[in-house]
Write a protein that binds this ligand. Structure first.
Ligand code: VGL
Ligand code: ZN
Length: 222
């Protein structure tokens, strides 16, 4: 097996380039933003994102890397009043979900959020939808106060709150690296996840897998 693979590689170096993994070093101006990883968005929840639970172990590894370098961690949460306008019961598109203070709005027990994480509650006004973690929160001013210029972003859902958060971050001038294995889409319509990813990349977001983040060292700004 090993021998054969070696031979193949020797015969076809052009077709099978050995791609060195693109390592991303953490920098002192980096922060991690975890978007809406809440019980209601997980399988069994009231607005379940398919495989939404798959982001949890990936985010836990990423949290470890950031916490290990004492870099800030932010977690947004959908935090709706019971009569929120996005609910089907009130003319909106979604089933009732993430009602403030309910179990569905809690972060899952398996998500290893450190105590030091900053929590951002959003979409708290009945008459307003707010998909972005920046909408109606002080996230931008907290990031500016901490000197953060680059955000690693993961969470739920790719085609709604992750997308809007990424778009706002980019238009506010932050560099954005999406942690690709730490996002999942609702896919209300098939293809929404891919379309959202394409749109975010088009607008300037970069892509990493959590394993590409080099835990061994941290660098200053480029
Ligand atoms: C979300 C639908 C409704 C999200 C929130 O977090 O992506 N999606 N509310
Ligand atoms: Zn919502």
């Amino acid at each position: 097996m090993t021998k054969r693979a070696f031979k193949l590689h020797q015969q076809m170096p052009m077709q099978l380039p050995l791609q060195a993994p693109l390592q991303t070093h953490l920098q002192t101006q980096d922060a991690l933003l975890i978007v809406d990883v809440q019980n209601d968005f997980l399988p069994g929840g009231r607005l379940a994102v398919p495989q939404g639970d798959a982001v949890i172990p990936v985010l836990n590894h990423t949290i470890d890397l950031f916490a290990g370098h004492a870099l800030p961690i932010y977690a947004s949460r959908d935090w709706h009043p019971p009569d929120h306008c996005s609910f089907q019961t009130h003319g909106g598109p979604w089933p009732v979900h993430c009602v403030a203070g309910s179990h569905g709005a809690d972060f899952p027990a398996a998500l290893a959020l450190p105590r030091s994480a900053s929590i951002l509650s959003k979409a708290t006004a009945a008459q307003e939808e707010a998909y972005s973690a920046f909408a109606g929160t002080d996230l931008a001013s907290q990031l500016h106060a901490q000197g953060i210029t680059r955000l690693f972003i993961g969470g739920l859902a790719t085609d709604y709150c992750v997308r809007r958060s990424v778009e706002d971050a980019l238009s506010l001038g932050f560099t954005v690296l999406l942690v690709q294995d730490a996002i999942r889409a609702v896919e209300l319509h098939p293809g929404d996840g891919k379309a959202a990813l394409d749109a975010m990349l088009e607008q300037g977001a970069g892509l990493v897998q959590w394993r590409d983040i080099d835990p061994s060292r941290m660098e200053g700004p480029d």
